[in-house]
Ligand binder design. Structure first.
Ligand code: HEM
Length: 208
């Protein structure tokens, strides 16, 4: 299946590695962040070697994620510009979710929903990174007035919750649209998948 010569290349190995380092960092950050957020979740710190280690590791993993995210952001931003057909797709998304995709406009490599999610992730990562620096006690917090540190803590918690929700939607959509996960695992998709979900991209790739 994977080696079918008719399959279309969607991601290079380097794009996939870039994405998965970001994804693994996200999971580690969500687990360590939640463990520090509420006492009921404190047992999760055991995954990171206890409370102290969790607090030390969480911000460093955040820096690694930000670095990889920035590379991914600049790789994909050109493909995520919203066009008229994308807004139309967003307007009709409810019809598609209800099982009728006949009126959906043709999509390029990404659909309107993926594109909006992409820009939301960009904003969320920026807010999380800046607020994370402000509340990083070991190195930076002392340089900021207490009011700024408090605002940083609030923004960090709010955007972390929003980002976790956004990634749940991202993963759910990737599983829900059969044949998508393999794009990020092996780099290829079937022609039928491309024709069904990203027809303009299919035409561009095949010249048909
Ligand atoms: C951890 C579990 C994750 C899974 C299972 C997952 C899965 C996938 C899959 C299957 C695709 C390919 C979609 C397509 O080609 O149509 C994709 C694309 C993408 N993913 Fe993820 N992902 C995860 C986490 C993340 C995280 C944490 C981020 C960023 C913070 C992210 C950012 C992206 C981006 C930017 C794309 C390209 C789509 C675009 O540019 O609009 N992913 N993901």
């Amino acid at each position: 299946m994977i080696r079918d010569p008719h399959d279309l290349q969607r991601y290079t190995a380097s794009e996939r590695a870039n994405h998965w380092v970001t994804g693994i960092c996200f999971i580690l950050l969500a687990l360590s962040g939640l463990s520090l957020f509420h006492p009921a979740l404190f047992p999760l710190t055991m995954l990171f070697g206890g409370g102290t280690w969790t607090r030390i590791l969480h911000p460093f993993i955040g820096v690694v994620m930000m670095l990889f995210f920035v590379v991914m952001f600049f790789r994909f931003q050109g493909l995520n510009r919203m066009r008229e057909a994308d807004w139309e797709w967003v307007k009709r998304a409810k019809e598609m979710v209800n099982g009728d995709d006949h009126n959906m406009p043709e999509m390029g490599k990404y659909n309107g929903g993926q594109k909006l999610l992409f820009w939301f992730l960009g904003v969320a990562m920026l807010v999380l990174f800046v607020s994370g620096i402000v509340i990083w006690r070991a190195y930076f917090s002392a340089s900021f007035p207490i009011g700024v540190v408090r605002l940083g803590a609030l923004l960090h918690a709010v955007f972390a919750a929003l980002m976790i929700a956004a990634i749940i939607v991202h993963v759910y959509a990737a599983i829900w649209v059969r044949g998508t996960i393999r794009a990020m695992l092996y780099g290829t998709v079937t022609r039928a998948w491309a024709k069904q979900h990203h027809r303009a991209w299919y035409k561009q790739m095949t010249g048909k």
